[in-house]
Design a protein. Structure first.
Length: 208
């Protein structure tokens, strides 16, 4: 019966190791995206995806064909840095389930980043400390967010934080006078019922 005891030990170790291995894999993917961003050509950057954010945050299963489509359409368009929470994360076009595993996603239908209007960027709240948007509630009004695209370095100043229901779309309302950045994540991290929102206004723009 020793083989059975060994088998149970192996199963136990595998079960315990899986979440850590999964987290390391996605962290590696995120790092690769950031490295690729530094050398990516402009022609390969802007792609689109059409996944609803509710499905992403609830991790609702989708058909494999849809997941394959995500991979085809995914492309990195920039990176975001929030020094206050030691965050640097790639930004991809489209807040799809596939994209949000390794990056933040610019939501389709919102303004282009850096232009007049309301650009919304969504990301998960990872269980790994310091990853993705899990420290987003720590930012305060006046803190800075930097977004680097292929053409510009955009610095935004945080103006407010909100907690809203998923059905409240007022946070995505367009603005015709200013360049607004809206960061969106789930709240709480497990079994989310609300959306945690951070809004910022363009403070400085540098052309590369």
């Amino acid at each position: 019966m020793k083989w059975l005891a060994y088998l149970l030990i192996i199963i136990g170790i595998t079960t315990m190791s899986y979440p850590k291995a999964k987290s390391m894999y996605y962290s590696y993917q995120e790092k690769q995206l950031l490295e690729n961003w530094e050398s990516a050509s402009a022609d390969s950057l802007i792609q689109q995806s059409s996944q609803q954010l509710d499905d992403v945050f609830s991790e609702k299963k989708r058909p494999k064909n849809d997941e394959k489509q995500d991979k085809v359409k995914s492309s990195i368009i920039g990176k975001m840095t929030i020094n206050k929470i030691d965050l640097t994360i790639p930004i991809m076009e489209g807040a799809s389930m596939q994209n949000l595993k390794v990056a933040a996603g610019h939501m389709n239908g919102t303004a282009p980043i850096g232009e007049t209007g309301n650009a919304a960027i969504a990301a998960h709240r990872s269980y790994t400390y310091g990853k993705q948007f899990n420290r987003l509630p720590e930012v305060e009004s006046g803190d800075l967010i930097q977004v680097e695209t292929t053409q510009k370095i955009l610095t935004y100043k945080i103006t407010e934080k909100l907690l809203v229901l998923p059905t409240d779309l007022s946070v995505l309302k367009n603005n015709k006078n200013e360049s607004i950045l809206t960061l969106i994540t789930c709240h709480p991290m497990k079994n989310p019922t609300h959306r945690y929102i951070v809004k910022a206004v363009l403070y400085k723009e540098e052309v590369l």
